[in-house]
Design a protein around this ligand. Structure first.
Ligand SMILES: [Cu+2]
Length: 587
């Protein structure tokens, strides 16, 4: 059976290669010219080249070395349209990373300069394993080593909702290090929502937020970067670096400055569109190791609006692990979309009565696209992340940017209705649910399963296994998943953002501490959702179009890299389920 699957995959790969060759001649010259032109209708191919490479930069007076796409942090915005083909030639020009001492355990960060590409939130062919779209449960993850390259071709469905998506590397074991070195960028799908007159009239302003993790170089005190030695772990408690010794079972302190970290760093910056707006440093107070020392940087980015002007912000939380409760001072937020999928009508999120209440909650990987109609009163209004303490580390209030309202007034209008995104509407009905599953973010500290890292980050008490497929789902089915995080006695204690590849889901309800569920507004369609500690989030999803092997995981990237991820397989309805069934892992 495995052979048959393998052969089918080979055939699939073969035909993809053939198409690739045929297209190659047509696109090379002509496409580049028309990709961004408005009257484009001859070839519907968006062609991009992304090169991963180190760049040198100065942040807040520190000389830093970052990993980048095309030398830019964030990476360039990729633009495409429903029905188009998005092609990305990914070249890895990062240098060789020495993983000597790595045991082969995929849940220990390793091969830190090996990469691949995930187009986050796009409803396209599963693309983490090779070849693209493979249904082979044993398929390996795409690993593009330094010096290598890879061509990705994504056919964007004709009914794909237009909006803000993003890309980042997703090679298990190097995702966190690469993303916190700068490797992330936006993807904008243009389409029907852009033709709504009030939206078309509004300035379109992407707000890409990233975090940058930095350690002093081992050899140059004046250089900061994130390139820990293999197996080196940064200990938040104690502010030292250790390496696990399997012969003694101890984490021995070593004379290194850098180690892999689950979120605390000697130097940590938050960037908006590549400019630092906030700094955190490790807290040396032994009583407060989980409260990084916060410093607001000034000035922050300032957007100038006329009174009454309407602008469109597209906000991406591309940070590796920071939950961001967002407010825009003295302004209602006219929410158009979460995670790229717009609502049928604008959601008016008024000015909160309680200043501690956010207007939008952005977990790592979430996007919010919203309109702001500038206040009639000139002045400076701040876009802020409110303080939160839902995670292992405290997150202080941050001023992300400012809106300066000045000049002659405009009276721009807000849209009444928005296009219905037929790929996700009509909404799932409760009686369509075929199966209910429980996905629990679990863990142990200190580690039981992952001593090299020192803590276990698991799903349903299992660390990630590249060739295990704990869940098999059927194309066309609707399922309800209960996403859970326990309390501190059950491996919980901090929240985790759940993300699943290929299909978005409808967030139905949340129940915290056993309280009756609180319902989300119908049509809350996301690809990532924050699951607070001691809570159950109920979501429903339909496996709509694509089959193949894909993943779901915690989008706190250090958690993901160290095991908080699992595979699932979407199979055609009439496939011989039994053949896949014996690949399922049973307790
Ligand atoms: Cu997590």
């Amino acid at each position: 059976m495995t052979n048959r699957i393998g052969r089918r995959d080979l055939l699939k790969g073969g035909s993809a290669m053939l198409v690739g060759t045929l297209l190659q001649d047509q696109i090379t010259d002509e496409v580049k010219a028309q990709t961004r032109s408005p009257g484009r209708n001859r070839f519907r191919i968006s062609n991009y080249r992304l090169e991963c490479k180190w760049i040198s930069k100065t942040i807040d007076g520190h000389r830093v070395r970052l990993r980048s796409y095309n030398g830019q942090v964030p990476g360039p915005i990729l633009r495409t349209r429903p029905g188009d083909t998005l092609r990305v030639h990914l070249k890895n020009s990062l240098p060789y990373y020495d993983s000597t001492g790595w045991t082969g355990d995929h849940n220990v960060p390793h091969f830190l300069n090996t990469t691949n590409l995930h187009v986050h939130g796009l409803d396209v062919i599963p693309h983490l394993f090779q070849p693209l779209g493979t249904s082979n449960p044993l398929a390996r993850m795409i690993a593009i080593e330094p010096g290598r390259n890879h061509d990705y071709t994504f056919q964007i469905p004709a009914d794909h909702p237009p909006g803000l998506y993003w890309y980042h590397s997703h090679h298990h074991g190097s995702t966190a290090v690469q993303a916190t070195s700068g490797m992330a960028g936006g993807i904008i799908i243009h389409g029907n929502i852009d033709e709504v007159p009030e939206i078309k009239a509004a300035r379109d302003i992407p707000l890409v937020m990233q975090d940058i993790a930095l350690f002093q170089s081992e050899t140059d005190d004046n250089l900061w970067l994130y390139e820990p030695k293999q197996n080196a772990i940064w200990q938040t408690f104690g502010g030292i670096v250790t390496i696990y010794d399997p012969t003694t079972g101890k984490n021995n302190p070593v004379k290194l400055k850098a180690g892999f970290s689950t979120g605390d760093y000697p130097l940590h910056y938050y960037l908006l569109n590549g400019e630092a707006f906030f700094k955190e440093t490790h807290n040396p107070d032994p009583n407060k190791p989980t409260v990084p020392i916060p410093t607001q940087l000034n000035p922050v980015a300032r957007f100038t609006l006329a009174p009454g002007e309407v602008v469109r912000f597209r906000m991406l939380n591309a940070t590796s692990d920071n939950l961001m409760p967002i407010v825009v001072e003295n302004h209602p937020v006219y929410l158009l979309a979460l995670d790229g999928i717009n609502f049928p009508t604008v959601r008016n999120i008024g000015i909160p009565v309680d200043p501690a209440t956010p207007q939008v909650l952005l977990a790592p990987a979430n996007r919010a696209e919203f309109l702001i109609k500038a206040n009639a009163t000139p002045g400076i209004y701040r876009i802020k992340q409110l303080a939160q303490s839902q995670q292992f580390l405290e997150s202080a209030e941050k001023i992300i940017a400012e809106i300066e309202v000045k000049g002659p007034a405009k009276d721009m209008r807000l849209p009444q209705s928005l296009p219905t995104q037929t790929r996700y509407y009509p909404l799932i009905q409760p009686n369509e649910v075929k199966r209910v599953r429980t996905i629990e973010f679990s863990g142990n500290f200190p580690a039981v399963m992952n001593p090299y890292v020192g803590g276990d980050f698991s799903i349903n008490n299992a660390l990630y296994e590249e060739t295990a497929v704990p869940n098999i789902v059927t194309l066309g089915d609707v399922e309800e998943w209960q996403l859970q995080v326990g309390d501190s006695h059950h491996g919980g204690g901090e929240g985790h953002p759940f993300h699943i590849h290929v299909n978005h889901f409808e967030v139905i309800s949340i129940s915290t501490a056993g309280q009756p569920p609180v319902m989300f507004p119908p049509g809350t369609i996301q690809d990532t959702v924050w699951v607070p500690a001691n809570s159950v989030v109920t979501m429903r999803t339909k496996f709509k179009q694509f089959v193949g092997k894909a993943v779901y995981h915690c989008h706190i990237l250090p958690h993901e890299d160290t095991g908080m991820m699992a595979n699932f397989l979407i199979v055609p309805r009439h496939s011989a389920r039994g053949a896949y069934g014996n690949m399922e892992k049973h307790e």
